[in-house]
Design a protein around this ligand. Sequence first.
Ligand SMILES: *[C@@H]1O[C@H](CO)[C@@H](O)[C@H](O)[C@H]1NC(C)=O
Length: 226
Amino acid sequence: MRLAQLVPWGTALASLAVSPTAAAPNADTSVYHDAETGFTFTQYFGKYSLNNAGITYRVAVPSGVAANTNFDVVVQVVAPNEVGWAGLAWGGGMTQNPLAAVWGTSSGGIISSRWADGHYLPRTYAGSTYQIFKTGTKHNGTHWQVTAKCSGCTSYTYGSSGSVNRLSPTGSNRLAFAYSATKPSNPSSSTSDFSEHSVIGFWNHDFGSAANPTFTTLVAKNLGTR
Ligand SMILES: *[C@@H]1O[C@H](CO)[C@@H](O)[C@H](O)[C@H]1NC(C)=O
């Protein structure tokens, strides 16, 4: 089913008003310590319905990252089971920045690295890579949750001029999310097609309050087998 690649994705989409729970100036995020994985995250609750249902996006950062360097992050997405796929845009918009499409599966979850040059189904993108954690990736009767390390999500080259954009490891970064109720056409594959989102939202995510001094140790611990 290649229809999704032929039909342009709309640019004027529903966007619900946000209710910030600020933990830092100019940020819409709060601090969350995840006892299961040991990471300190900052989190944003992206509402996709007027019933206040939403997707939680969490980010953890290594401590002591120098300015203007590339750095890894850990991302954790928690969504109600009715969410077919959840999108995350590291540069705060659909085009010209690393995208993640995330969904739960019966055996865990998938994060697919994507890139869009226009408002079409995003292509796969090798510039960022995700390693899914055994710990912190799970589902139950109401939610699915995926936790992964990303390399290449916080620095990217865009545009015809080859400009480089880097997210701030200590400040707030403008991110965006997308929601779709429809599951990808081949949910066991990270290269699956998926249909257009029905809701999008934007927020300022505080990375500075998500610094983890034992980041590398925690990554190794959570990647391993349970
Ligand atoms: C189900 O999983 C979600 C996501 O991990 C979690 O937040 C929630 O507390 C869980 N519910 C129960 C009843 O354990």
